[in-house]
Write a protein of this length. Structure first.
Length: 450
C-alpha cells in the first residue's frame, strides 16, 4: 500500500479558477453557437418556453456536464477524532471541440465538507487545458492530470501529478488533480508512441498529517521546479508495454528535525528531487489479464547515510485479473518494495532524530528493508449493471495490517445514483494501516447528473 495517505493540506489554487469557469459558461452560447448545425440552432432558437428538455440538456449541447452531490461521512480522513460530516458539492465539466483537432477541457468543483457545521466552501480547478491533434502529433497545454501505469490502482510509475487524499470523495481517482504542464506525443505506426512532458509547477500529494503530541510540522514546498518526463509506449499488439523516465520532485515529503518551539519539536517536511525509471507490461490470455509494473527511484541519498532523506528504492507490482463471466471479476496483486543500503532508523542514538526518522520511514514505506503485500478487488454487477458491488482491500505480509473497503453503487436512473461504503483499517502502530485507524468510516452519497 502506498504511503499516499499522510501529511497535510497544501495551499489551494485561488478560487478565481471557478469564477473564470463560470464566466466561460456564460459566454458559451455566444462562443460556440456558430459550431451548431443550422437545423440544430434553429431548433434551439424556436423551442417554446415550455420545452421539457430543461436547462441541463441545453448545457449538454455546449459540452457542459456536471453533478450535484450530497453525502454523509461518519469520519473525515484527517486522522483525528472529529465525526459526522454532511458534505455537499457541485461538479462541472466542459469538454468542447472548438474546431477540427482542437478541444478545450475544464473540470472544477465547489465543495463544502461540513455543510451543517463550519460551512466553509472551497473551490478547485482540477484540470484546464487545450488539446490539439495534427497528424501523428498530439499536444496538450495547461493544467492537466498525467496518470501512468498498467497495474490496477497500485502504480509504481504514476509519479507525475498529485492526489488529495484528505477529500471526502467515494470514488477512486476523484482525488487526482492536475498541475501546469505541456505534453507532446508522437505516434509511430499503429501501436507505438513517444511522449515528452514538461511540468512547470510542482504540487505535492495532500495527505492527512500524523497526529503526535509534542511535534509541530513545517512545510517546505518548492514554489516552482521545472520537471520533465519521457515515455515510450507500445499499445494495441499482443503485449502492451512502456518504459519511462521522470526527473523532478518527490510527491511525498521527507521529515527532518529543524529545532524546537515552546516545548514542541519542529519537524520540516521537505520535498526532494528524485529520478524514477519505470516500466510496465500487460497482456490477455483467455479470461485472464496479466500485468506487471516496476520502478526504481534514485534519491539524493543513494548511499543511505542521511536519515532525513529517503533511500533509493525498488517498487514492483504483479497483477492477475480474472473475468468469471456473469459480471463477476477478481483482480489480485502482489506488491514488493526493496530499500537500497538500508539502515534501521530505530537504531539511531539521538531520541528526537530517531523518532522523526522512524516516522518518516514508516510513512514512506521504508521502515523495513523489504516489504511484501497483497491487494485485491472483487466486482459483481446485477440488474443490467445498475447495481454494482466492489470489495477491495490490502494486507501486509511482513507485518500485521490490512484495509478492507466494500462499496455498493446503485444507478436509479441516468440522472440519479447512490453510493455507500465502508473503509476499515487495522494494524500495529508500526504499519501504514495501523496509524490510519482513526480514519475508519462509513459513507453514503447521492448524486444528480446533468
Amino acid at each position: 500500500m502506498s504511503s499516499d495517505f499522510f501529511l497535510t493540506n497544501n495551499k489551494r489554487p485561488p478560487g478565481f479558477w471557478l469564477v473564470l469557469f463560470l464566466i466561460l459558461l456564460l459566454k458559451t452560447p455566444v462562443c460556440f453557437a456558430q459550431e451548431l448545425k443550422n437545423d440544430r440552432l434553429d431548433a434551439l432558437l424556436l423551442s417554446p418556453k415550455g420545452d421539457t428538455r430543461g436547462w441541463s440538456s441545453n448545457l449538454n449541447d455546449y459540452g457542459v456536464t456536471g453533478s450535484l452531490r450530497s453525502s454523509y461521512w461518519s469520519s473525515n480522513r484527517l486522522s483525528d477524532s472529529d465525526s459526522h460530516f454532511f458534505a455537499s458539492s457541485v461538479w462541472l465539466k466542459l469538454d468542447k471541440r472548438l474546431r477540427r483537432g482542437l478541444t478545450m477541457y475544464l473540470e472544477t468543483y465547489a465543495y463544502d465538507e461540513d455543510t451543517f457545521g463550519k460551512g466553509n466552501v472551497d473551490s478547485y480547478m482540477k484540470e484546464a487545458y487545450l488539446h490539439f491533434r495534427s497528424g501523428d502529433w498530439d499536444y496538450r497545454l495547461g493544467r492537466q492530470i498525467v496518470a501512468w501505469g498498467r497495474a490496477d490502482r497500485l502504480n509504481p510509475t504514476d509519479n507525475l501529478t498529485p492526489r488529495d487524499f484528505t477529500r471526502l470523495f467515494p470514488e477512486v481517482d476523484e482525488d487526482r488533480f492536475g498541475t501546469e504542464a505541456i505534453k507532446i506525443s508522437k505516434i509511430f505506426g499503429s501501436y507505438s508512441s513517444f511522449t515528452a512532458i514538461w511540468i512547470e509547477h510542482f504540487e505535492p500529494n495532500k495527505l492527512a498529517r500524523v497526529k503526535l503530541p509534542g511535534i509541530r510540522f513545517i512545510k517546505n514546498v518548492p514554489e516552482n521546479n521545472n520537471q520533465y518526463a519521457l515515455k515510450f509506449d507500445q499499445s494495441g499488439g499482443e503485449f502492451d508495454w512502456s518504459i519511462s523516465y521522470f526527473n523532478g520532485v518527490d510527491l511525498n515529503s521527507d521529515f527532518s528535525v529543524s529545532g524546537s518551539h515552546g516545548g514542541d519539536l519542529l519537524v520540516t517536511e521537505t520535498y526532494n528531487d528524485v529520478e524514477i525509471f519505470g516500466a510496465d507490461i500487460a497482456t490477455i490470455g483467455g479470461s485472464n489479464r496479466y500485468a506487471a509494473e516496476i520502478s526504481f527511484t534514485k534519491t539524493k541519498d543513494s548511499k543511505g547515510n542521511n536519515p532525513n532523506v529517503k533511500n533509493n528504492s525498488l517498487y514492483s507490482v504483479f497483477a492477475v485479473e480474472r473475468d468469471f463471466g456473469d459480471d463477476l471479476s477478481l483482480t489480485t496483486q502482489l506488491f514488493y518494495r526493496q530499500v537500497s543500503n538500508y539502515q534501521d532508523p530505530r537504531q539511531i542514538a539521538e531520541e528526537s532524530i530517531r523518532t522523526v526518522a522512524s516516522l518518516s520511514a514508516l510513512t514512506n514505506n521504508q521502515l523495513d528493508p523489504d516489504e511484501y503485500g497483497l491487494n485485491f478487488r472483487l466486482g459483481k454487477n446485477w440488474l443490467n449493471e445498475t447495481l454494482k458491488l466492489e470489495v477491495s482491500g490490502a494486507t501486509l505480509l511482513s507485518r500485521h495490517g490490512f484495509l478492507i473497503r466494500p462499496e455498493l453503487t446503485y444507478a436509479m436512473s441516468d440522472q440519479l445514483k447512490v453510493i455507500s461504503g465502508v473503509e476499515y483499517f487495522r494494524g500495529g502502530p508500526d504499519t501504514i494501516f495501523g496509524i490510519q485507524e482513526a480514519n475508519k468510516l462509513f459513507f453514503f452519497e447521492g448524486r444528480h447528473y446533468f
